[in-house]
Design a protein around this ligand. Sequence first.
Ligand code: URA
Length: 231
Amino acid sequence: MNDTPDLPPGTPVEPAPATPVVPTGVTVVDHPLVQHKLTLMREHDTSTASFRRLLREISLLLAYEVTRTLPMTTTRIQTPLTEMDAPTIEGKKLALISILRAGNGLMDGILDLIPAARVGFVGLYRDPETLQPVQYYFKVPSSLEDRICIVVDPMLATGNSSAAALDLLKKAGARDIRFLCLLAAPEGIQRMQEAHPDVAIVTAAIDSHLDEHGYIVPGLGDAGDRMFGTK
Ligand code: URA
């Protein structure tokens, strides 16, 4: 991994993460397909097209996990042989909330699995002086209080913008929220759990730490830049 031509010689090699201690309330999806695809996404040389495709594929597998505990009911159906009470997902439509802009990369795949979900967007930027998240866009489905909200953002780094997004969603009525990311830093998990202990977190991996610029290490770089090909 460390012979990537663009990395300066002597760049330290981050060991494969040891099995992390997973805090209560956090699920790490350690399925081989998820871990393999995540490794490909981490690779410096993975192209924008491949990164986007992998993110879409991985989002399907993560969606499987984040929806595992959806409440179920039964409905009477007629098979070719008989009637039966068959399992179905109970209740109102889900709300998928993307934290702009990188959240959109996770959301597209999930919508393939749950096409009837309502969709919302939260846009936040960091004020350069106060370093606090500031809202620039907020559009969410109606009746959030009656919906299960799945909030998606690939990188849980400092946790400041994710925690602020959840503040806004709760102000708008959301009560039952799950948070789905691709990579989490311990600092981000701690921040989220302090601010929103009621929100379950699902992630593909918990990495080592944040660097001085707030990037997850070993991480995968800037998720938005890598999925949209910007710099
Ligand atoms: N956002 C990213 O895209 N990458 C990081 O490592 C941290 C925040």
